[in-house]
Design a protein around this ligand. Structure first.
Ligand code: PMV
Length: 338
């Protein structure tokens, strides 16, 4: 039996991946830019065990739900075929944050699985190969392979679509105060949302403006220009939600005008951010495919922003997780050795 364990952090996109050019390979329509989040991680152990009759997937000590287990097994299959192995595996995985709330658990999950399974199967892969492989499990997980600030290059094909590090975790003292306003699971999975994005009448204009958006955010990030960065990142999040909210489709036989990932408290918090800025606080927000509001500020403002969140009515029911630029995916043996 061989065994390896790995830990990978979630990541938060500043320029979003929304829409795929190739759904089977998870090739994105556009490149994206993110920060790896130190406080939200998945730990995964893979045991290659000839004594097993079939693969087993465990989540926080319980048998994993069927749909999730099937995705994990499909990814194991990819890694086993690279290693020329057919031996079944037992996978234990756990998150230190709730899944399905706009906090990307598939990103940390598939990055950790890719590292642990490839090590357990004796593959020695470069960061680039790990990123290509993780991408096929879940697109955004290719960014979680790297520490700090990361760009996923859309590429042309399987081999050219992977993430690289833009700047390491010490580059900028940016804080993401993730405010989980509800822990209810979202109703439309992101894989469906990606597929429906091109239904929006605003899709062509988004794809046309993507190159300049990426250049702006990359430059502001590298220059640590928070003013410019915050404006661009907030605009980007709302633009992605405008696409989502106008992606008309059918659901259970009924026409739907679009997908709404925001909750009432998401909007309340967005309004509060606008008020706080008028009062001189330098804080911006971004959102993913869920109701969680990610408040972005610099370290010296994070105490004031947290106080402001806690002063809002109903905030005692929310959970706030403070994330800073975090490490890339690592085997636990590498973590123990440091
Ligand atoms: O990797 P997926 O299929 O879960 O898509 C993630 C999409 C967003 O989180 C909304 C944006 C992003 O770039 O992470």
């Amino acid at each position: 039996m061989s065994r390896a364990s790995a830990r990978a952090c979630a990541n938060l996109a500043f320029v979003k991946y929304w829409g795929k050019r190739d759904a089977a390979l998870n090739l994105p329509t556009n490149s994206s830019i993110s920060m790896t989040l130190d406080a939200a991680h998945t730990t995964t152990c893979v045991e290659i065990d000839p004594g097993l009759e079939k693969d087993e997937v465990w989540m926080s000590g319980e048998p994993a739900p069927g749909a999730f287990a099937s995705r994990v097994i499909a990814h194991l299959e990819r890694i086993r075929s690279l290693a020329g192995s057919a031996t079944p595996a037992r996978v234990h995985t756990s998150n230190n944050f709730p899944a399905g709330t706009g906090f990307a658990s598939s990103a940390s999950g598939f990055a950790a699985l890719t590292c642990a399974a490839s090590a357990a199967l004796g593959l020695r892969l470069s960061r680039r190969d790990l990123s290509v492989l993780a991408r096929k499990g879940s697109g955004s997980s290719c960014r979680s392979i790297h520490a700090g600030f990361v760009e996923w290059h859309a590429g042309q094909d399987d081999h050219s679509s992977f993430a690289t590090q833009l700047a390491d975790a010490r580059h900028w003292n940016l804080v993401d105060l993730a405010v989980l306003v509800t822990e209810r699971e979202k109703s439309v999975r992101s894989s469906d949302g990606h597929r429906l994005a091109a239904n929006s009448p605003f899709w062509p204009s988004r794809t046309r403006s993507m190159a300049s958006r990426l250049a702006e955010v990359r430059q502001a990030l590298l220059k640590r220009d928070f003013h410019r960065f915050g404006r661009e990142v907030e605009t980007e999040a709302l633009e992605m939600h405008a696409i989502m909210q106008t992606s008309a489709h059918e659901q259970r036989g009924a026409w739907q005008s679009g997908i709404f990932y925001m909750a009432a408290d998401t909007l309340r918090l967005i309004n509060a951010v606008q008020r706080w800025r008028q009062a001189g606080m330098e804080v911006y927000f971004t959102l993913d495919a869920g109701p969680t509001v990610h408040l972005l500020c610099l370290e010296d403002q994070s105490g004031d922003v947290l106080d402001a969140v806690q002063s809002l009515e109903g905030s005692q029911d929310w959970r706030t997780i403070a994330c800073r630029p975090g490490p890339g995916a690592k085997l636990l043996s590498e973590i123990d050795a440091t």
